[in-house]
Design a protein. Structure first.
Length: 136
């Protein structure tokens, strides 16, 4: 793993949360994106070399909707940048970690993603992120 790519924060309403985080972080939201496969709309903030991602559910079946229903708004996941997501997934599987995805899938912000089961990471949902290149 290379570095923390972003922190994912589950929110009920981006229209309320974006202005709040713009004030809090003293920066503008640079991107909003719908990820239909995950039933979410995301909003990103850049802070030096780090990012914050807000996630709002678009369906009650969304993992974000279920997270908020169970735990309320708050930190949902920590994402780590990786150079080769398939190799990292294989390494983690070989080390006994359970992955929530068999194969990487397309996520927000031009990334391939995969999640590590939180029960194998001290209760923290961890996301692997690889920048999508033209060859992928």
């Amino acid at each position: 793993m290379e570095h923390i790519e972003h922190l994912g924060i589950a929110v009920k309403d981006l229209e309320v949360s974006i202005p709040l985080y713009e004030k809090l972080l003293n920066t503008k939201c640079y991107k909003r994106e719908e990820v239909r496969s995950e039933n979410v709309i995301t909003a990103f903030f850049q802070l030096s070399n780090n990012k914050v991602e807000l996630l709002q559910a678009t369906s009650s079946e969304s993992a974000i909707a279920k997270f908020i229903e169970k735990r309320g708004e708050g930190i949902h996941h920590v994402a780590f940048s990786v150079a080769d997501i398939k190799a990292e997934m294989e390494r983690l599987r070989n080390d006994g970690f359970r992955l929530l995805n068999e194969e990487p899938k397309r996520g927000a912000d031009n990334k391939l993603i995969c999640f590590v089961h939180p029960k194998d990471a001290s209760g923290v949902l961890m996301e692997l992120c690889q920048e999508i290149s033209e060859q992928v």
